[in-house]
Design a protein around this ligand. Structure first.
Ligand code: ADP
Ligand code: MG
Length: 712
């Protein structure tokens, strides 16, 4: 049943079987058009070509079986728990007679929902095991299932049986079975009206299957498709769909880059005066890595096009110093510099650092944050506008409408992952075309960097300043607490300082965690009554935060109880001990970043990861991995693998596109290839027509994503 008017851009409700109710459910997952539906890929496949009969099923085997329900219902165990118990007989027709049980724990919902009835035909997928009651039958615990609506499928032309069946993630009440039928209907309806979208030259070069065929095979693979290739999304059809997605984003990024290269930037000049200024303010010899990276940055700034660069390096590798060198270059060229930091604590600290370091040069930096008085802010804004202030450090306050610069040549965004793409853009817009330097707080995996910052050039500091002793890291449990607190006391009596980090500020009803306020009280009163214990968290008013930080810096506060507000960039070299409460609650990258607050001086430093009682073995293993290495790039990679792209760095607004088919972890090799092809295509390969065509398509198909990628 083709549907003569249906095209990829038709609304999904025009597909046979989709009414307005279903269209609404689809919309909840941003599936609005036929194309959106066809790009909703199965997340796995089941081989139902050769159905295995219950009779042939062996203990330990994971398989799909096709059975008829004989009886089902809730049974109560001797311990008073409820188990949903279902018995079924083979219906595969291969070898009749086999019986099997399926059970679900605590599943009274299955009873309430009347999901199963005797006589139904059902597919079960799961691992068969010997029945613990010694009946000789097999049992599958909590199997996945699919209930057939018609009694017995016609063997031919069924979407459910006799084929490799695609399994979709349910969308609310839209079950995998329903989605499968609707995708099938969409493919039938649209017939041959699925035009190719990749440029012909790319299809030829990479020898890719065409789009229509690839889409069909991704959903309904032919019977001879190797299952392991399907499972790992490595069939030519799947790879082509993944490539397509990465290629489109790659082209958007390459176009954005090219656009930047066309903009006239503010070219700086390097002469003896500039060199002299840098020499005069540098408090120490830069490392080789810092020198290399500074050269990359300055080379960009000398060109007549704006720089767009990401500076990566481990915590404490000296990124800030490099940024300040770049700032001095800009200022000596008569321009202004803005540094944006995500928190007030960090902005203030950067400001003080700049003031201290740049004072030999006679610059007057300014600080602009939300908590300043309106008068103070107005004064700074006026001085910025008239060009008198050469360098301003600030929070989001910097991107407010009325902040204007006389000649902004360099915009530095620190700890970029805390900011959205739009905020970065808003800072950049404060000048006609300033050079942009984005700094990450911690290293990020290459795949992630390419996807999130693929439009930027990347500089990496892969070396630590000299004189660092590695931080000794230990995973501890509650029984080690007393000993650890004693150890902390001894370090402090030796003149050093300590952090105690907690995940929460206040008591929470839901989480059984030790919050900062309570820990502070306990430490100050009961544990370290003779020491000066301070408290820092995000809910303190701005001045109080500043004063606490200041007192910690001067050594007046000896033990600082804090939430993760100290995570970013805080620099107190005399602090040598860090105790992290409920360390299992944090991601590895974040823990590494926290740990980077210590080990900044010459004295030996210690990081204690206190893991909660119910943390579990997995969590503890994760923590031990952190204890074993200090290489931020390795930790980032590990964290990325463990937590997936979405949760990495604990943020979802980092500007990383939401991929429909591709998966950054699984498909990193395709990302690299597609990106190379895309840049090649934009910079050299494409004919003007091909590029125009593709650009137009990009804009039509991904209006939101493309505009995000286009500005910077
Ligand atoms: P990051 O921003 O990369 O975390 P910072 O720029 O804050 O690191 O530097 C961490 C510490 O190391 C600071 O105290 C800084 O003054 C110091 N530092 C930076 N570069 C050097 C260097 N080349 N030699 C010695 N110390 C350095
Ligand atoms: Mg920093």
């Amino acid at each position: 049943m083709t549907h003569p008017e249906l095209t990829l851009s038709s609304e999904v409700k025009n597909v046979t079987g989709v009414g307005s109710a279903r269209a609404k459910m689809f919309a909840s997952r941003s599936i609005r058009t036929v194309e959106d539906l066809l790009y909703y890929a199965p997340f796995r496949y089941e081989d139902r070509c050769q159905m295995i009969s219950v009779h042939d099923l062996r203990p330990g085997q994971t398989a799909t079986i096709f059975v008829k329900v004989l009886s089902c219902g809730l049974v109560r165990t001797r311990r008073g728990k409820f188990i949903y118990d279902l018995s079924a007989g083979d219906a595969s027709g291969v070898q009749p007679g086999g019986l099997i049980r399926c059970i679900w724990f605590n599943a009274s919902y299955l009873e309430r929902s009347k999901t199963f009835r005797a006589g139904q035909h059902v597919f079960f997928y799961g691992k068969a095991e010997r029945d613990a009651y010694g009946t000789g039958n097999l049992v599958i615990t909590q199997p996945r299932f699919e209930i057939l609506v018609d009694s017995v499928p016609r063997a031919s032309n069924s979407l459910e049986i006799g084929r490799i069946t695609p399994i979709y993630e349910a969308i609310g009440p839209l079950s995998p079975v329903v989605i499968r039928r609707l995708v099938w209907a969409a493919l039938e309806n649209i017939g041959d009206r699925i035009p190719e979208c990749l440029p012909p030259s790319i299809i030829r070069r990479r020898n890719l299957p065409d789009r229509a065929g690839a889409l069909r095979q991704m959903h309904f693979p032919p019977p001879d498709t190797p299952l392991d290739a399907l499972a790992s999304f490595r069939t030519p059809a799947q790879q082509r769909m993944i490539f397509e997605e990465f290629f489109a984003i790659g082209v958007a990024m390459a176009l954005k880059r090219r656009q930047l290269k066309w903009l006239p930037g503010i070219a700086v000049e390097i002469n003896d005066r500039v060199r002299e200024a840098i020499k005069r303010f540098l408090p120490f010899h830069p490392t080789a890595a810092q020198k290399r990276v500074l050269k990359e940055i300055v080379d960009d700034m000398r060109s007549s096009h704006p720089m767009s660069r990401l500076l990566q390096g481990d915590v404490g590798s000296g990124k800030t110093l490099v940024a300040l060198e770049a700032a001095v270059v800009a200022i000596e060229n008569g321009s202004q510099v803005a540094i944006m930091a995500p928190t007030e604590v960090l902005a203030t600290q950067h400001y003080l650092y700049c003031k201290r370091l740049l004072s030999p040069l006679g610059y007057q930096p300014a600080l602009l944050t939300g908590s300043q008085s309106a008068r103070e802010k107005l004064q700074i804004k006026n001085l910025l506008k008239s060009g008198i202030i050469p360098l301003v450090v600030g929070t989001h306050a910097l991107i407010e409408q009325d902040v204007e610069f006389a000649r902004l040549a360099l915009a530095i965004v620190d700890e970029q992952h805390r900011f959205g793409v739009v905020q970065r853009q808003n800072l950049v817009r404060k000048g006609p075309a300033p050079h942009v330097l984005v700094m990450t707080a911690t290293p990020i995996p290459r795949t992630y960097a390419l996807a999130a910052y693929g439009d930027l050039d990347i500089s990496i500091i892969n070396e630590m300043p000299p004189g660092r002793t590695p931080v000794l890291t230990r995973v501890l449990s509650e029984s080690d607490r007393a000993r650890t607190l004693n150890f902390i006391r001894s370090r402090i009596l030796a003149g050093e300082q300590a952090y105690v980090i907690c995940p929460l500020v206040e008591e929470s009803d839901k989480l059984n965690l030790r919050p900062a306020i309570r820990i502070h009280e306990h430490l100050a009163k009961d544990v370290f009554p003779e020491l000066r214990v301070g408290l820092l968290h995000g809910r303190l008013p701005g001045e109080e935060k500043e004063s606490v930080m200041e007192r910690f810096k001067t050594g007046e506060i000896q033990v600082l109880v804090s939430t993760t507000v100290v995570e970013v960039g805080v620099d107190v070299p005399n602090a040598t001990v860090m105790l992290i409460e409920h360390a299992e609650r944090f991601g590895l990258a974040q823990l590494h970043q926290l740990r980077g607050r210590i080990g900044r001086g010459a004295a030996k430093s210690y990081c204690f990861l206190m893991s909660g009682g119910d943390a579990g073995e997995d969590a503890n293993e994760r923590l031990r991995a952190l204890a074993d290495t200090q290489d931020g790039f390795r930790i980032a990679e590990l964290d990325f693998q463990l937590r997936g792209p979405g949760e990495f760095l604990g943020t979802r607004q980092s500007g990383i596109p939401a991929f429909r088919i591709a998966n950054l972890l699984r498909d990193r090799d395709i990302l690299e290839q597609a990106r190379r092809e895309a840049f090649e295509f934009v910079e050299r390969g494409a004919s003007a027509d091909e590029l125009d065509d593709f650009t137009r398509q990009l804009q039509a198909r991904w209006p939101g994503r493309y505009s995000l990628a286009r500005l910077g």
